[in-house]
Design a protein around this ligand. Structure first.
Ligand code: GAR
Length: 203
């Protein structure tokens, strides 16, 4: 049975594009909806160009009433018949009630090697700590922020002279490889962590 994947975005949606573009041929899933919490999300146009239905549930009118915001999100997910949810740069915190409803069927990508650096500014924090490597993680979503069983990680080297921006670009390139690969495995029922080592080869 083909799985129906809804992708939640807040911004440019480059991970969403990587996911959508991966779901072709004999892939066991297809995108059924790209859902944004702002009409300004650049990813909406990219989804529409690809023929994927889009919807917007603006969080602002809900003014901190997260359950009401999530009821509106859920209505769009129900309409689309989603059975897997991929958070892809979705920058709203979800309540325990919503997470429990989707637990085991909701994935997130985070730009750090979790459990290091949950939350924001991950690349600056890795650089400030003097880390020699960084990366990204795809995990199942649980009520705790940026936690949950790890389904895949990609590691890159931190290079001398890296800034948060140069490091973010190197990690993002790996996000676009890791997330589709993990989603494919997940849709096939494979929960074993996928480890990608994209560190520089020592000269
Ligand atoms: C990505 O780097 C993703 O890992 C990060 O936001 C960016 C979204 O880019 N997500 C988080 O920080 C979630 N805590 P995109 O819109 O181009 O996919």
């Amino acid at each position: 049975m083909t799985r129906r994947v809804a992708i939640l975005i807040s911004g440019g949606g480059s991970n969403m594009v990587a996911l959508v573009d991966s779901m072709t041929g004999d892939h066991p899933a297809r995108p059924c909806l790209v859902l944004a919490n702002s009409a300004d999300a650049g990813g909406l146009a990219k989804a529409a160009e690809r023929g994927v239905p889009t919807a917007v549930v603006d969080h602002r009118p809900y003014k901190g009433d997260r359950p009401a915001f999530e009821t509106a999100l859920q209505a769009e997910l129900d309409k689309a018949g989603a059975d897997i949810l991929c958070l892809a740069g979705f920058m709203r915190i979800l309540t325990e009630g919503f997470v429990r409803r989707w637990q085991g069927r909701m994935l997130n990508i985070h730009p750090s090697l979790l459990p290091k650096y949950p939350g924001l500014n991950t690349h600056a924090r890795a650089l400030d700590a003097g880390d020699t490597q960084a990366g990204c993680t795809v995990h199942k979503v649980i009520p705790d922020l940026d936690a949950g069983p790890i389904l895949g990680q990609a590691t890159v080297s931190i290079r001398p002279g890296d800034t948060p921006d140069t490091l973010a670009a190197r990690v993002l390139a790996q996000e676009h490889i890791l997330y589709p690969a993990v989603l494919h495995r997940f849709a096939m029922g494979d929960r074993a962590p996928l480890i990608i080592d994209a560190r520089d080869t020592p000269k």
